[in-house]
Every structure is written in C-alpha cells, then in structure tokens.
Design a protein around this ligand. Sequence first.
Ligand SMILES: [Zn+2]
Ligand SMILES: [Zn+2]
Length: 94
Amino acid sequence: MDPKNIWWLRWCLLAIIECDRFEWKHFYKLYIDSKEWKKRSKAIKNERGNKCQLCSSFESLQVHHNTHERIGHEDDADLIVLCRRCHSKFHGVI
Ligand SMILES: [Zn+2]
Ligand SMILES: [Zn+2]
C-alpha cells in the first residue's frame, strides 16, 4: 500500500468508530481539525506566498478544497489559498 495513505486510513477507521453511521460532514470536520491537515494547509500557504490567490490579501487565510475527491491525499491543484472574504464569496458563487 502507498504509505501516504496510511494515516488517511487511520482517519477513516477513527471516523467509522466514532460515528454510528458514516457521516461525511462529521468526518470532514475531524479531518480539518487533524494535525495532518493543519500541517498540510500551513505548507500550502507557505508555498503560495502566504497570500490570498484571488486578491493577494494576507489576512485570515484559509485553504479551500476545489474537490473533495482526494481528501487526505490532495494534489496541489485540489487546493487554493483564499482569504476569508474571498472564501465566502467562492462558496456563495458555487
Ligand atoms: Zn482574497
Ligand atoms: Zn472552501
């Protein structure tokens, strides 16, 4: 097995154990709160110059998932760094 998928599997197991039913939203929240995601999002922000990719703001940066297909082993292209304002606009539009 691809070693980078091991912690992802661990999170799946945790989520299944913690929920009676597999609830995506709950699982996604677990993931967003995880140390692995915090590390990943920090690295992505650094890589993109710690600024919003839409308006170049440096304030309240968040990492948005363009797709949830590869949660836990995202390609760089799956992620976009946005400030809070652009992030909420993004979600309003889609
Ligand atoms: Zn912005
Ligand atoms: Zn988002």
